[in-house]
Write a protein that binds this ligand. Structure first.
Ligand code: ADP
Ligand code: MG
Length: 727
């Protein structure tokens, strides 16, 4: 008897919502209480130490030993007062997610007395015993150990879990030889690079700009599934997605879930994790239902990129932790259910000057708009030149199922800018070289007096684009929901910074030759507009025509992660990272290898799971039902009902056909796996992508057919209709 499934359904149906009590009536009373933020630092440090620390953070300068000691001691007091017993360097290793190694503040002093200790040296640097994090051969090559180092630009925070509290210190993770072993170290380098390159361009317009901060607002999509039902699906538990399951009679056709009212149990969970997130200083504001049943979204107010990414990683952890209290499981997988929407992590990105200006926000001042145009056009140009890098930055096994599927951007990178800005760019492009005479309104002549200041019109939104301009920021939508945004953001920062340097050099050269600055800028931008035109697409990205059109335009369309990752290792792509000091050649090779390995491993896990479940869960159910039918057939024949058994014989035959297919395919898949496992990393990833993965659909097809043929009572794992609709 398929006991587990029915017990799970019963458990899920009998849940009640938990009561959630906010720590205070006003959010402002508890926002950030678990963060060692500027305000707290100020309270715990002497004015001179605080000033020194703030300046160091602002300028990214080194923090000396005595200041580190002072800060460590302040952090310790603050954390211990709040009940923390442990501390950890919190970092983002290359396999995704976050890592921590908890140490106790507790020490015995020289006389054997118990004390709490936290020194500056411990704050600044730690040597985690983390030799099993993937490092793509870097450690082997250099025989180096890794260490984690404090990132003072992201505030330390307290995590409450299992009754204890831990002080978490955002850190980078590097090898002793200097190679980065994490995602944050290169991100910080790219932010610095972007600040430098963008500031230089800003100074064409405003001499007061000394720093440009990249900003990021991450919309996070996810599915919420009852814990009992989740536990009854080994594929969900071990691979994050369902490997089979017939689409339910009712899917998302009605789209009634979107912006619908949120069930009480889910509301309670949302409220609970929002409170936890707010206490951690994550400025979360919105949540609503997404298109698919059981799918939701939340988004914080944008922040500086590094902090926004730390917060997103922390948010995902927090959500998973809180979900458990509410008997839910959060699925961050990009495509947990075939046939319904996948989940993304829209990365809303812009740049802001130290003078407070959003560089991607048009205004009604023509002079500012020339600056806006410079950043706008250079970003488009960068995306065009390095679209392969952007594609690779979001490549993963899971995202492969989402890109190009239901309501998800395709694997082709293109930029959407909306009708009004298209018109502006077209006009600029088509104007002949501008001559400006005395008394002319230069901006009118340049054709940039027409940029509409307000573009935040929702009707002018193209939800199908992977990279869309949305009024005052670009939204990179192709990023997968489970991803760490560091790589896509490192890539975007780097390619835009690189492009801004090229632009800066070209403008300076023209001015040197005696051209008027504004004119030089506009003429160069005009050329960029023409050169990068192919990347702009305003139509339906989901359509078949676009695939053909994109091919005509020479745009890449890497459907598989393997192909996307290989393309990003071209000399052209590698150069931009290496030249700008974001990755060394060795780091790129190492990361590439890790990604390929991760990709192959994920397919390997799914392949094993699919094979196991097909053979020891699905096929036995099919045979049991077949057995029942055969008994009935034989009994009916005994009483002379020969022709009446025909339909049953047909069912038996169909079941047999699928059982045979499944058995053969699983066997062939296992053999293919054996072959693939004998290959080197790249060849193995290729084999997993091209030879093993295609078996999934074939095996699934037969399993999903069996689901329809077999007695519901004999089916052991929760079906889609139960996973998606019971809560
Ligand atoms: P949507 O209509 O796509 O939901 P929203 O206006 O709600 O868009 O914004 C989505 C995200 O974009 C939010 O996290 C928001 O804070 C962020 N965002 C807004 N302005 C900027 C900006 N200048 N830089 C980066 N992110 C921004
Ligand atoms: Mg959005």
């Amino acid at each position: 008897m398929a006991i587990l499934r029915f017990r799970a359904i019963e458990a899920a149906q009998n849940r009640h919502e938990q009561t959630v009590t906010p720590p205070a009536s006003k959010i402002s009373d508890y926002f950030g209480v678990n963060v060692f933020d500027r305000k707290t630092m100020k309270a715990y440090l002497s004015p001179s130490s605080f000033k020194k620390l703030e300046a160091a953070i602002e300028k990214g300068e080194k923090i000396d030993g005595s200041l580190a000691d002072t800060v460590a001691s302040a952090m310790k007091s603050w954390a211990i007062e709040r009940g923390a017993t442990h501390f950890t360097h919190w970092f983002h290793p290359l396999r995704g997610s976050t890592a921590e190694k908890h140490d106790s503040f507790f020490r015995l002093d020289s006389e054997g007395r118990a004390i709490e200790e936290f020194k500056g040296t411990t704050l600044v640097q730690q040597e985690p015993d983390a030799s099993s994090f993937p490092n793509g051969g870097i450690r082997n090559t250099f025989e180096a150990r890794g260490y984690s180092a404090w990132d003072p630009s992201s505030p330390a925070f307290l995590v409450e879990s299992g009754g204890g509290k831990t002080l978490c210190i955002p850190s980078i993770f590097v090898a002793y030889t200097g190679e980065a072993l994490d995602t944050k170290a290169p991100l910080l380098k790219s932010l610095e690079l972007l600040s430098k390159s963008a500031s230089a361009v800003c100074r064409f317009f405003d001499k007061n700009v000394t720093k440009v901060t990249a900003t990021l607002g991450i919309e996070q999509e996810f599915f919420l599934i009852d814990k009992a039902l989740y536990m009854a699906r080994p594929d969900l538990m071990l691979s994050g997605r369902t490997l089979f399951g017939h689409s339910p009679a009712r899917g998302q056709q009605l789209e009634d879930h979107y912006f619908g009212s949120i069930p009480a149990r889910i509301k309670a969970f949302m409220q609970d994790f929002e409170i936890e997130a707010l206490k951690l200083g994550i400025p979360i504001t919105t949540h609503h239902n997404e298109v698919a049943p059981a799918q939701f979204e939340c988004a914080p107010v944008f922040e500086e990129v590094n902090v926004a990414i730390d917060h997103n990683m922390l948010l995902m952890d927090t959500m998973s932790r809180v979900a458990d209290r509410h008997n839910f499981r959060v699925l961050f997988h990009e495509k947990p259910f075939q046939g319904v929407n996948g989940s993304g992590k829209h990365n809303n990105w812009s740049m802001q000057t130290n003078t407070g200006k959003n560089l991607l926000s048009p205004t009604n001042k023509p002079k500012d708009n020339l600056q806006f145009l410079a950043f706008f056009v250079n970003t488009i140009k960068a995306v065009h030149v390095y679209s392969d890098l952007l594609r690779a930055s979001i490549a993963s096994d899971a995202n492969e199922y989402r890109l190009g599927a239901n309501e998800a951007p395709p694997a082709i990178i293109s930029v959407f800018i909306g009708e009004q800005l298209t018109r502006v760019l077209e006009e600029l492009e088509n104007n002949a070289t501008v001559q400006i005479g005395k008394g002319d309104n230069m901006y009118m002549k340049l054709g940039i007096d027409k940029i509409p200041p307000i573009l935040l019109d929702n009707t002018d939104r193209n939800r199908t684009s992977p990279f869309a301009f949305t009024g005052n920021k670009f939204e990179f939508r192709a990023v997968g929901s489970s991803a760490n945004s560091a790589l896509p953001m490192t890539t975007l920062n780097t390619i835009v910074a690189n492009q801004l340097q090229v632009f800066h050099t070209e403008v300076e050269a023209a001015v040197e030759k005696g051209e008027k600055l504004e004119l030089a800028i506009i003429n160069i931008l005009r050329r960029y507009i023409t050169e990068s035109k192919a990347i702009r697409f305003e139509g339906n990205n989901y359509s078949e025509e676009w695939k053909q059109e994109a091919q005509k335009r020479g745009l890449s369309n890497y459907r598989s992660t393997y192909d996307a990752l290989q393309a990003a290792m071209s000399e052209h792509c590698k150069e931009v990272f290496v030249k700008n000091g974001i990755f060394t050649e060795v780091e790129m090779e190492a990361r590439h290898e890790i990604q390929l390995e991760k990709y192959a491993q994920q397919i390997q896990i799914e392949s094993r799971l699919l094979g196991d479940l097909a053979m020891n869960n699905i096929v036995p159910s099919a045979i049991a039902y077949q057995q029942r039918l055969l008994e009935t057939i034989s009994q009916m024949r005994q009483i002379g009902l020969e022709s009446e058994t025909e339909v049953m014989v047909d069912t038996v035959r169909r079941i047999a056909k699928h059982v045979t297919l499944i058995t053969h395919k699983v066997k062939a898949m296992i053999n293919a796996r054996k072959d693939a496992n004998a290959l080197d990393v790249a060849e193995s990833a290729k084999a997993y992508s091209q030879i093993i993965k295609p078996y999934f659909d074939e095996i699934r097809y037969s399993i999903d057919k069996l689901e329809l043929l077999i007695d519901d009572e004999l089916w052991k794992m929760p079906k889609y209709r139960e996973l998606l609709f019971i809560r």
